[in-house]
Design a protein around this ligand. Structure first.
Ligand SMILES: [Zn+2]
Length: 323
């Protein structure tokens, strides 16, 4: 991902794609994509700097930095930061307060530009109507995706770390415990007897059944991610937001959650939640893919041919947004 350092208020907005954008030749189908990427990266850098400066001020205000000040509760620190943003207080250290306010102003200006830019994006007539996805999350996700390089919806899924991979199934002959692991992942020793907290003395052995699919594994420690971690985080934030206020996507989540509650009673609730959430994120991404390809006149595969393993019924993108 491109990172643009934010130094001064007016240096923050790149007027042209950054030099390393040259490594990916601009596509005729996505004019302005490099610019969107640069603005989104600058926004994220400004936001990260604002948050870390705010954290410094919070630590000072709460006396955690050892200056002997009184210790207001967290709510007071939030109120103080709000006053600094509004220019109503310099904060405990004026230079820091000033830097914080400048970051905030950079961030807002970049958000404004990002919103203007994304409003012209080919997917915006649809995306802008999906409740729960505002210009900030929407633009930052679009900035990371390249539609011309995604011949199927599953291209987006694997780029965002939401794909499934084939798995090996293991079973314990003593207690019946089953475990599906991404193919090739080493088996850890020890397991509990299902439904109890008792360690089982039995051994897991390959069950040798038809291959299953499981979530794309996290990279091993020290390994590089096979997907874009920032894109995965954005999908998680979007999924969470959709489920909170997303109308049709929220209903889809609830239907999948109810199905998993009935079909997978042995899973802990959090696993059922995360699985239903991931399915919702995948449906949203498949819809985004479909709308984007259609708007650009790019070839469309059977949209949900890749979704078999999730047994997804396939609502259409435009049915998910209000009239
Ligand atoms: Zn066992």
């Amino acid at each position: 991902m491109i990172r643009v350092a934010v130094t001064h208020e007016h240096d923050a907005v790149p007027s042209s794609p950054p030099p390393d954008g040259a490594s990916t030749p601009p596509s005729p189908a996505s004019p302005g994509h490099g610019e969107l990427r640069a603005i989104a990266a600058a926004f994220e850098a400004a936001q990260a700097l604002r948050l870390s400066t705010g954290e410094q001020i919070r630590a000072l205000a709460q006396g955690r930095a050892g200056n002997g000040a009184a210790r207001p509760v967290a709510a007071d620190a939030d109120a103080l930061l709000a006053r600094i943003r509004a220019g109503a207080s310099p904060g405990p250290v004026p230079a820091l307060g000033e830097a914080y306010r400048r970051c905030w102003s950079d961030e807002r200006e970049l958000l404004r530009r990002m919103s203007d830019h994304v409003a012209r994006h080919p997917t915006w007539p649809w995306l802008g109507r999906v409740r729960g996805v505002g210009p900030s999350l929407g633009a930052r996700l679009l900035a990371r995706l390249e539609i011309e390089r995604a011949p199927t919806p599953s291209s987006f899924w694997s780029y965002c770390g939401l794909a499934t991979v084939s798995a090996d199934l293991f079973r314990c002959a003593a207690c019946g415990y089953e475990l599906a692991l991404p193919a090739g992942q080493p088996l850890r020793a020890g397991h509990r007897v299902p439904g109890t907290s008792d360690a089982c003395a039995g051994m897991l052995a390959p069950a040798g059944e038809s291959p299953r699919r499981v979530a794309q594994p996290r990279p091993a420690r020290g390994g590089s991610a096979p997907y874009d971690r920032d894109a995965k985080t954005l999908c998680y934030l979007i999924g969470t937001s959709l489920v909170r206020q997303g109308d049709a996507y929220e209903r889809y989540y609830r239907a999948q959650r109810a199905r998993l509650d009935a079909e997978k009673p042995d899973w802990i609730p959090r696993r059922r939640h995360l699985t239903a959430l991931r399915m919702t994120e995948k449906l949203f991404l498949a819809h985004l893919w479909l709308v984007w390809r259609e708007r650009l006149g790019l070839p469309i595969t059977a949209p949900y041919a890749e979704a078999r393993d999730d047994a997804v019924a396939a609502p259409r993108p435009w049915s998910m947004v209000g009239a």
